[in-house]
Design a protein around this ligand. Structure first.
Ligand code: NAD
Length: 291
């Protein structure tokens, strides 16, 4: 199926990035949120981020103007239903996503493919809430969307080949690379990445190293561009903990038990960069390790 229009539900940090890359690739984009402030903020951010790309000569001024002209924002979910491809990217909460799907389904066009950008919720379960599980799959972008090369494409148990191939074509058209994953907790990236971060937390918890030595060890010893604790702060410690719970519950293996020190940081509200403090304290000029 040749996809021409894309509907994005949820205009948060991921939704605005998805609208951005889709519009620049030539798709007509309808961006939806229930919060008018989120929509206004998203449009402002997209314009700012595209202007930065013009400044770096990555796109031309004309491409920016054309891209911005392809984005329509709406508070009405019915307007999203007519898109060839819908990407749900609202808050990571299964009840919220179920309600969105329930509201969306009556408005879907016959050909519409529906996808979710969820980081951890079962694609098969979300698909079962629709009238078209064979036309439903995971379309999982990485953060920040305009910069990160990968998209994980996750097939639910019922996803058909045509849906997968249509989504693959979109990934190629936006200039990104797909990794295909089956629908199991954490898919590929988070299944491998987040337990590594959790293990770095245990290494800290058990006193094997401090924050600086653990991050330096992995940067210089494993050639990682960022240390695992620095990366955890970037992702958000609440998000890391939530993914560990999904792995622990979904795979029922004690090797995925969340580190008590990670839980303690989250309980304290030390959630990483977004909170000003996590494994590092960001409130001064330079980040200072908290341990
Ligand atoms: P966010 O909190 O920045 O944005 C969520 C947006 O959804 C908000 O603007 C909120 O108003 C909106 N929303 C809530 N209920 C809605 C509804 N009923 N209808 C329409 N909009 C609604 O969250 P985010 O970081 O952009 O995450 C969105 C999704 O992307 C989640 O499923 C998350 O797991 C996934 N994801 C996040 C990351 C990341 O690093 N943040 C990476 C990959 C995937």
């Amino acid at each position: 199926m040749d996809i021409k229009s894309v509907g994005v539900i949820g205009a948060g940090q991921m939704g605005n990035g998805i609208a951005h890359v889709m519009a620049l690739a030539g798709y007509d984009v309808t961006l939806n949120d229930l919060n008018p402030d989120a929509l206004a903020e998203a449009l402002g951010r997209i314009e700012k981020n595209m202007a930065r790309q013009v400044g770096k000569a990555q796109i031309t001024e004309a491409e920016m103007v054309a891209g911005l002209g392809r984005i329509t924002s709406t508070l009405d979910i019915a307007a999203v239903g007519q898109a060839d491809l819908v990407i749900e990217s609202a808050t990571e909460n299964e009840d919220i996503k179920n309600k969105i799907i329930e509201g969306l389904v009556p408005h879907l066009a016959e050909q519409s493919i529906v996808t979710s950008n969820t980081s951890s919720i079962s694609i098969t379960r979300l698909a079962s809430r629709t009238d078209r599980p064979e036309k439903f799959m995971g379309f999982h972008f990485m953060n920040p969307v305009p910069l990160m090369q990968l998209v994980e494409l996750i097939r639910g148990i019922a996803t058909d080949e045509e849906t997968y191939l249509s989504c693959l074509q979109v990934v190629e058209k936006i200039g990104k690379t797909a990794a295909s994953a089956e629908d199991f907790p954490g898919f590929i990236v988070n299944r491998i990445l987040v337990p590594m971060i959790n293990e770095a937390c245990y290494t800290l918890y058990e006193g094997v190293g401090n924050v600086a030595s653990i991050d330096n060890a992995m940067k210089l010893g494993a050639n990682h561009p960022m240390g695992p604790l620095q990366l955890a702060d970037f992702i958000g410690l609440d998000t890391c903990l939530a993914i560990m719970h999904v792995l622990h519950d979904g795979l029922a293996d004690t090797k995925y038990r969340p580190c008590p020190l990670l839980s303690k940081y989250v309980a304290a509200g030390w959630l990483g960069r977004k909170a000003g403090r996590g494994f590092y304290d960001y409130r001064g000029d330079v980040p200072v390790p908290t341990r």
